[in-house]
Design a protein around this ligand. Structure first.
Ligand code: GLA
Length: 600
């Protein structure tokens, strides 16, 4: 054999080995099995943060009953660091964290962490994946920026991943780290703070709002490395890694492999429009979240700006939206000043229970008309659904949804619990409806009987889905930036699902050359779907043919090359089901797994 053939065989073996590796072999040990809950000082204090302020809020979390309600993580954000010493160790700003001063020149946040732990709370910290932090680029007037030489001011983790993770998690015993990304975005050579010599030029690996000019692979590589170093310090797991790349660098496509939550948008501001923008960025990605991996539309602004004590309707709406999409609930207000009715909104146990439901399904939008939107979140109790009826606009409106869209039996008894009003009623007429005031959200828990006791749509159980390959690299950049590669109940383009010319309400929309994994855990007997290629306004005609394949624990269960395929396969005992829609390499096109359903 000639050497060319050897290298071809080697390549093929490598490809095969990759294909059969257990998916997400490198994923962080299980943590954050429900969305993390806690408090972060950034929204209230920016870099004017101090140990006293944080401890006052920690005490309030306890006394107001919020810690008992689940808000356990007390996180430090930007501003805690003084400098990086020549030996690489980071020094703490002891003027703000006096307990970190161990005398003799050594600083440590261990005493601070110990105090939080002794209160039954958990402790979080903050770093950057690049050389420098956000405040150094964005808060130039802050008195709390790192000091010293150019190198001493490089407090970000780049090049110090192992040493910093040992310090934060080994020595200081933190439980949570938020890893920001300004170091990859805001230190390009022509920035004034770089030209002045204050900071070293770096990147850009992220150009905000321009994924095609960013370098997603490099960004992913850096987060992967930090996550590995963190896992090495804490092989037993139990820590939370929060990736803060603001929805840039296609972060949703890869972040779940390394972190437990990832920002899907820029920083939230205390305005209704900013809140809606951030909400949408996470709400449109239900198939990316699940236990241990959450879309993060940013910290809550409840208690701040247009969500303060004078805007309780907006505050409840904001809280409802984060709850229904299983977003992390990280409070941002100064709790020591928050009025009781704001604390009551944060602490509403029924709302929190919707967010923290152990099945971990993110809510899925089932209708959106004008300013009204209805989102349904499947809860773990059979026949139980949380429903958010949302009025995004400033005029009163009516929102409604048929029980049939919740896949509940209209003939069986159905109760509806309004969790903000604390009222339960029996539903008549098979339709859930609410008259909504401006910016009002009504949040319900609907308890009925499943339409079919033995079956459920995959789009009702988004936490069971993992995107192994999304086919999105084949999209033109403008579409790549806008579309969500895998969608529940619609195509990645947002268009309605259509299979063989017929509209389909429930199913998964994806792209050609995608691979989806469904976690069955041996709980189901059959998988059914009407798969088909789809036309779209942006890409034109439907792909002529696709190779539809279904694997159960890597064994082929179904294979057909055609534009459409009716799939009905036994899956008893299968733990991982894989759905493949393969087309020509590099082809862009839409596919639908219409009516994709699992039955018991
Ligand atoms: C970025 C993050 C914010 C906050 C600041 C700190 O903007 O997105 O959440 O951490 O940096 O400087």
């Amino acid at each position: 054999m000639n050497p060319g053939i050897y290298s071809q065989i080697r390549r093929m073996t490598a490809v095969l080995a990759l294909a059969f590796l257990p998916a997400f072999a490198g994923a962080a040990p299980q943590a954050a099995l429900t969305p993390p809950m806690g408090w972060n000082p950034w929204n209230a204090f920016r870099t004017e943060v101090s140990e006293d302020k944080i401890m006052a809020v920690a005490a309030k979390l306890k006394s107001a009953g919020l810690a008992d309600a689940g808000y356990r993580y007390v996180n430090i954000d930007d501003g805690w660091w003084l400098k990086r010493r020549a030996n690489g160790r980071i020094e703490v700003r002891t003027s703000m964290f006096p307990s970190a001063d161990l005398k003799g020149g050594k600083t440590s946040l261990r005493p601070f962490v110990d105090r939080l732990h002794a209160m039954g709370l958990k402790a979080g910290i903050y770093t950057d994946i690049g050389r420098n932090a956000c405040s150094q680029a964005w808060d130039a007037k802050s008195p709390n920026l790192p000091v010293g030489t150019q190198l001493e001011r490089e407090v970000g983790a780049y090049g110090f991943e192992a040493q910093d993770m040992r310090l934060l998690f080994g020595e200081w015993n933190f439980d949570y780290v938020k890893v920001d990304a300004c170091g990859l975005a805001d230190y390009v050579a022509d920035k004034p703070h770089v030209r002045s010599g204050s900071y070293r030029a770096f990147g850009p690996f992220i150009v905000r709002g321009e994924p095609e000019r960013s370098n997603p692979r490099e960004v992913e590589k850096l987060y992967a490395q930090l996550s590995r170093e963190l896992a090495a310090v804490r092989p037993q797991g139990g820590y939370v890694l929060s990736i803060c790349a603001w929805g840039e660098a296609h972060v949703s496509d890869w972040a779940g492999k390394y972190g437990n939550l990832w920002r899907t948008s820029p920083d939230i501001r205390g305005t209704w429009d900013s809140m809606l923008h951030n909400f949408d960025s996470a709400a449109e990605r239900p198939l990316y979240a699940g236990p241990g991996r959450w879309n993060d539309p940013d910290m809550l602004k409840v208690g701040i700006g247009e969500f303060d004590g004078a805007h309780l309707t907006e505050a409840r709406a904001h809280m409802s939206m984060w709850a229904i999409i299983a977003a992390p609930l990280i409070l941002g207000a100064d709790l020591t000043r928050a009025p009781q009715d704001v604390l009551d909104i944060m602490g509403n146990r029924e709302v929190i229970a919707i967010n923290q439901d152990p099945a971990g399904h993110q809510g899925v939008t089932v209708t959106r008309e004008g300013d009204t939107q209805v989102i349904v979140k499947t809860l773990s109790r059979p026949g139980s659904k949380a429903v958010a009826l949302i009025n995004r606009g400033s005029n009163p409106s009516r929102a409604a949804v048929d029980l049939a869209r919740l896949h509940l039996d209209p003939a069986a008894r159905v109760t509806v619990r309004d969790v903000w009003r604390g009222r339960t009623s029996t539903l008549e007429g098979g339709r859930i409806a609410a008259d909504l005031g401006p910016r009002e959200t009504v949040l319900l828990v609907v308890q009925g009987s499943p339409r079919r006791l033995d079956a459920a749509y995959v789009s009702e159980m988004p936490a069971r889905v993992r995107v192994l390959a999304d086919g999105a690299d084949a999209l033109p950049p403008a579409l790549r930036a806008r579309w969500v590669p895998v969608q529940a109940n619609s195509a990645p383009s947002g268009e309605a699902l259509v299979v063989a010319g017929k509209p389909v309400l429930d199913g998964i929309g994806a792209l050609v050359n995608s691979r989806l994994e469904l976690r069955l855990d041996g709980e189901f007997k059959r998988f059914r779907a009407s798969a088909g290629t789809m036309a779209s306004a942006a890409l034109g005609a439907a792909p002529k043919s696709v190779s539809w394949r279904v694997y159960g624990d890597a064994k082929p269960l179904f294979a057909r090359s055609a534009p459409d395929a009716a799939i009905d396969v036994p899956v008893a005992g299968v733990r991982r089901l894989e759905l493949v829609a393969e087309g020509a390499p590099g082809a862009a096109g839409l596919v639908a797994w219409g009516g994709a359903e699992l039955s018991r």
